[in-house]
Design a protein around this ligand. Structure first.
Ligand SMILES: [Cu+2]
Length: 205
């Protein structure tokens, strides 16, 4: 596609991106029709930085733990959401203060964190599985959900990045939940990762 002959879809994308850029402000966004692809930066939509607080404080705390052994009080969590120019979404999870050299599962969930682990609801799915709970790998997979599994280093820190080729529905994704195990991909168990250890509220856009 020649740059000066923009398709309608492309024009709409640019208009949307320009609007987002106006909101984001000061991020050096090049939304003009002549901007080269390589200079266009993703748009940062949401950044949440918090520490794990007791689950009993879930109505006011941005992030809580349900297992202070595996997800200690005061452990740090950061989640960043970026909208990609290609229409996709990039989600980054950073953790500090967890158990060293350990695998954890993590996903984007549909509801805010609560006092109970189940309060965060099911995983966010781009194409919703008509059968719930969703354990069919056709729906419960890292292309249709956001999986942020990590392995901590010797300091108990970890980072995960998930990139999907879609955007969240408004208000449809509200938290990231940390689980006790790596996420299963097998039919009948797909998407499961053991107990919910901690949860952080993230108002994904
Ligand atoms: Cu989960």
């Amino acid at each position: 596609m020649a740059r000066h002959k923009l398709t309608l879809k492309r024009k709409r994308l640019i208009a949307a991106v320009a609007a987002v850029g106006a909101v984001a402000g000061g991020l050096g966004i090049a939304a003009g029709a002549n901007a080269s692809e390589s200079k266009e930066q993703p748009v940062v939509k949401v950044v949440v930085k918090s520490v794990l607080a007791p689950a009993a404080t879930a109505d006011v705390a941005p992030a809580v733990t349900y297992d202070t052994g595996l997800a200690p009080l005061g452990a740090r969590v950061q989640v960043k959401e970026e909208l990609r120019r290609d229409g996709g979404t990039r989600i980054e999870l950073r953790l500090r203060g967890l158990v060293a050299n350990r695998a954890y599962g993590a996903h984007v969930h549909t509801k805010p964190c609560g006092k109970l682990p189940a309060d965060a609801g099911p995983h966010y799915q781009d194409q919703a599985d008509p059968v719930q709970p969703s354990v069919d790998p056709k729906f419960a997979n890292p292309d249709n959900e956001v999986w942020l599994d990590v392995n901590t280093n010797e300091d108990g820190s970890a980072r995960a990045i998930a990139t999907v080729d879609w955007r969240f529905r408004a208000g449809g994704a509200r938290s990231v939940v940390l689980h006790e195990k790596s996420t299963s991909t097998h039919a009948g168990h797909a998407g499961t990762a053991g107990a919910r250890l901690a949860c952080v509220n993230v108002p994904f856009k």
